[in-house]
Design a protein around this ligand. Structure first.
Ligand SMILES: [Zn+2]
Ligand SMILES: [Zn+2]
Length: 147
């Protein structure tokens, strides 16, 4: 798939070819129709987060590998899904819930997956909406809103 990706922190995005995401289980893949830009995307582009007091959280230390497509404010049309996905149909246009935890840890069990240390969030940890396709793994919000 084509993706506008960060290939080096602080450098212009480049249009690159990345592997198409393969849905398994209850994963859903959407073809992006719209994607916002927010300051978190600039952190990804810059390479991390200034935590104050001289501390810096590097996105690579959160598991982000380059090249990476930013964009976590995603609307897309469902094009594929895993064999166990329910409540979706090909062609549905949905908003993607991006703050997706591991589903295994205490934070995720407490429905605080935005605080999970092993996130799988599109556009923050894995490829996001600046790519043509986005895989949305299972999450407490049920993948997707709207319908
Ligand atoms: Zn944002
Ligand atoms: Zn977790």
């Amino acid at each position: 798939m084509k993706a506008w990706a960060v290939v080096a922190h602080g450098a212009p995005l480049e249009c690159v070819e990345l592997p198409d995401p393969e849905p398994a289980g209850t994963d859903v893949v959407v073809e992006v129709t719209r994607c916002g830009v927010c300051h978190s995307d600039l952190h990804l582009w810059h390479g991390g987060y200034d935590l104050g007091g001289g501390k810096f959280l590097a996105v690579k230390d959160r598991g982000l590998l380059l090249p990476a497509a930013p964009g976590h404010e995603i609307v897309g049309r469902v094009v594929r899904f895993g064999p166990d996905a329910t409540g979706v149909a090909i062609g549905d246009e949905r908003v993607v819930y991006p703050w997706i935890g591991c589903g295994q840890c205490d934070r995720c069990a407490a429905e605080e997956d935005n605080l999970c240390l092993n996130q799988r969030s599109p556009g923050a940890i894995v490829n996001g909406g600046f790519a043509r396709l986005v895989k949305v793994p299972p999450n407490p919000a049920g993948h997707l809103a709207g319908g």
